[in-house]
Design a protein around this ligand. Structure first.
Ligand SMILES: [Cu+2]
Length: 127
């Protein structure tokens, strides 16, 4: 699976900012995901309703066991060390471009929504 982690900050604003979408040339489909506990106590991830809200003057962490940017339907595995550009789109229509360096990551072995149903393409798990 391929996901994006980091920290979104909103240091100088006096209003909250809401990220409603993410796009990247690295993946045909990119989603904003949250990680939650389901009825059975299993950690699962799913598209977050309403987007990521970064409080005014605050920050919004993206982490392997929490909220993250989900890259889906990637045809070519991303190479560690490569730089991948992203664009965040905010609820007010503004956008923010940034890039992130691809890293191998072997942690975060939560169960993910779709593992059993096959309804979600998590990319190349062998990578
Ligand atoms: Cu995800």
């Amino acid at each position: 699976m391929t996901a994006g982690f980091g920290l979104i900050t909103n240091p100088d604003a006096d209003t909250d900012a809401t990220v409603v979408a993410v796009t990247t040339p690295a993946a045909p489909v990119a989603e904003l995901h949250e990680t939650v506990e389901d009825e059975t106590g299993t950690m699962v991830m799913r598209p977050i309703e309403g987007g990521f809200t970064i409080p005014a003057g605050g920050e919004f962490p993206l982490s392997p066991a929490g909220n993250h940017l989900m890259l889906m339907e990637i045809s070519e595995p991303l190479t560690a060390g490569a730089e991948v550009p992203f664009t965040l789109e905010f609820s007010d229509g503004s956008t923010l471009d940034f890039s992130a360096v691809v890293k191998d990551y072997s942690g975060a072995n939560e169960n993910y929504v779709g593992d059993d149903s096959g309804g979600m393409d998590m990319g190349d798990g062998d990578e």
